[in-house]
Design a protein. Structure first.
Length: 329
């Protein structure tokens, strides 16, 4: 259970607040009564933050996480107590094609945020959004938190590096930092149609065959964005109440039910109005790991965290969001 009293009036900075996770996390923080500051680089009219009107309920700072001046002014000016650092270049394909922006945003942006928080000196919790991609490729699955971080491709490497940097600030400077490594996240607000969930849902709503870039056999774990929001809030509260236990720690969050790409596509089609659609398999994906999935046992045991949504319930709720966006009803 989330402690509403903990968040009421709390000064919270969310970077990447127009993203999928950021939009829903920001909305929940506003609902809990937090005083939210959002750092926004680009205006995204169709983001959930804008569509829901949440953007009008927070303080907005325009700028980049790589801009030292902007970042260094935010923490003292808004007296930040908790920071959720979610901003990143998140599209794997884009990072593969042009790696330097991914390295700039995901690695440099992270140390700029951390150092600004350290210099301010009054940040009580700093949570960083790493990824299951930070683990790279392993023969032994599911990933547990003690598995080595060995990303090989640009996005994976950027997350491996940033993940280590965040924990270095805990172990070297005693900062209350913690790392989340979430499974493939989905939910309303993701407008990257190349991703499997939004792309398949848009195709189903338009009665078009969904496109699968890979051969469909890649196996992934998935996490609904509202369960991810709960995970972040739960970890932040735990870090505040028991810093000696959680400081510098990483936690996996997932449904612990890995599916192949084709299984996920078919799960989406089954809750759509066109369950008989057949996916078009392009088999063109490169530089992607074949199988990636997590064990969330540590989060279950140390945080008492559990996902609330089944896959079917989450997909139905997500489909409702895309129905409104794609066909307007």
């Amino acid at each position: 259970m989330i402690d509403k009293n903990f968040w009421r009036g709390r000064s919270v900075l969310v970077t990447g607040c127009t993203g999928v996770l950021g939009s829903w996390l920001t909305a929940k923080l506003v609902e809990l009564g937090a005083d939210v500051v959002g750092l926004i680089r680009d205006s995204i009219p169709n983001s959930q933050l804008v569509r829901s009107g949440t953007i009008n309920k927070i303080k907005v700072v325009h700028g980049s996480i790589t801009d030292d001046y902007v970042v260094n002014r935010i923490f003292p000016e808004y007296e930040i107590q908790t920071c959720f650092h979610l901003a990143a270049l998140t599209v794997v394909g884009v990072a593969n094609r042009v790696p330097v922006p991914a390295f700039e945003a995901n690695i440099r942006g992270t140390w700029v945020m951390l150092e600004a928080a350290r210099q301010w000196g009054k940040v009580e919790e700093f949570l960083f959004a790493s990824s299951d991609k930070a683990y790279g490729s392993h023969e032994v699955l599911p990933y547990t938190e003690d598995a080595p971080l060995q990303g090989k491709h640009p996005y994976d490497v950027s997350k491996s590096c940033a993940d280590l940097i965040v924990r270095a600030f805990a172990h070297t400077y005693g900062m209350n930092t913690a790392v989340t490594r979430c499974a493939n996240m989905y939910g309303g607000g993701d407008l990257n149609w190349n991703r499997i969930v939004p792309g398949t849902m848009r195709s189903a709503l338009l009665n078009e065959p969904p496109i699968v870039r890979s051969d469909g056999t890649m196996k992934r774990d998935y996490l609904y964005v509202k369960d991810a929001v709960n995970a972040y809030l739960t970890l932040a509260e735990a870090l505040h109440k028991n810093p000696d236990t959680h400081r510098g720690q990483a936690y996996n969050f997932g449904l612990d039910k890995p599916l192949t790409v084709l299984e996920m596509v078919n799960s989406i089609l089954q809750i759509s109005d066109h369950p008989d659609l057949k996916p078009v398999i392009l088999n063109q994906a490169t530089n992607e790991i074949q199988n990636q999935y997590l064990s969330s046992t540590k989060a279950h045991q140390l945080l008492n965290w559990q996902p609330h949504y089944t896959l079917e319930a989450a997909l139905k709720e997500t489909m409702g969001w895309y129905r409104e966006v794609v066909i307007g009803s």
